[in-house]
Design a protein around this ligand. Sequence first.
Ligand code: CAA
Length: 384
Amino acid sequence: MLFKLTDEQLMIQNMVREFSRKVVGATAAERDKTKEFPAENFRQMGELGLMGMMIPEKYGGESADTISYILALSEIAYSCASTSVVMSVQNSIVCESLYKFGTEEQKQKYLVPLASGEMIGAFGLTEPEAGSDPVSQQTTAVKDKDGWIINGIKRFITSGKYSKVVLITAKTDESKGHRGISCFVIPKGTPGLMVGHMEDKMGLRASDTTDLILENCRVPENQMLGKEGDGFKIAMSGLDSGRIGIAAQSYGVAMAAFDAAIKYAKTRKQFGVPIAKHQAIRFQIADMATQIEAAKQLIFSAASMKDRGEPYTKEASIAKLFASEMVNEITARAIQIHGGYGFTKDYDVERYYRDARVFTIYEGTSEIQRIVISNQVLKDKRKP
Ligand code: CAA
């Protein structure tokens, strides 16, 4: 393999693998049915240092590199995709944005409990009429003498219900386009911030996805994250990191589906032999292994660039695009290998298939990733 893991990275991977398969995986299928949010698992994940991994220890994190983070995240995704999306949003968009743009006071008040896993955070950018195009969002923040008054609706918010603090973007100056969007840190319990409709989804059923309603929600000046007008930049840079996470999540689910398919192919007999003996199945396995390996290399490459402090917007989008498309194909193939049994709820591949479907949609659809990638390629001055 191109990337040789350090002893520390291997140790983190093994530790998370053991925890994930034993604890997270034990209830994943059941939680898919009951939609129960795995609060106790998150408490333990906080103790293991998984909720703010890349944040410095002085702010409650683990000072881990991005490679360690994607190893851990993909191990959690292997057992439960619902758990991994909460971990991904928390680590990247929420904690990293607070670390990069927060004041010392905001870091002490919000980042420390978030990174140490004492509380879950959420990120509110999407709105009913503004998904792929967040600049067209309608939420407004109007200044008065005591701070800001925020009004609007945020939609499809991961951990909307169970989070204790949310990052919310709002228009502070309509005339300035993306430079007129700002970001606010708002703790739950703030009057005017309410949890609205909870989505009933085809997958990721143990992760809550809700509306957040802001009705004359008053926040003081010191709860603005970054400067006035920084909101879009905060969201975009958070999404760069987030997209590596969704790619790692895709890899984890793909590995789970792949392992399940191989196990089944070795035991299921048709025409007198295990189906793994048939070339039709072997070729599928070879194609799956190739796709998964290609995605892994792209994810490691983007993560390494981030760790080296290089620009990685394009590489994060490439990894996200390829890995999220890849996992949709892998989970579909895994069902095909399982035949009729794969279509039943008796086998985990059915859940993997449903969970993976949103990976090409959230944190930027595959179409948006192509826009980001082509923008980056075309503005690259080294190219002819
Ligand atoms: N980092 C920092 N700043 C960035 C940036 C980045 N990666 N990308 C763009 N910007 C800045 C640019 O520098 C520019 O600022 P200036 O003019 O001040 O220089 C500004 O943002 C606008 O840039 P563009 O002109 O490139 O932006 P655009 O409007 O043409 O396109 C887009 C932007 C790529 C389409 C973007 O709107 C986008 O990514 N849309 C998808 C939104 C998305 O992913 N939503 C997911 C919701 S969150 C979620 O799903 C989480 C969850 O719960 C799982």
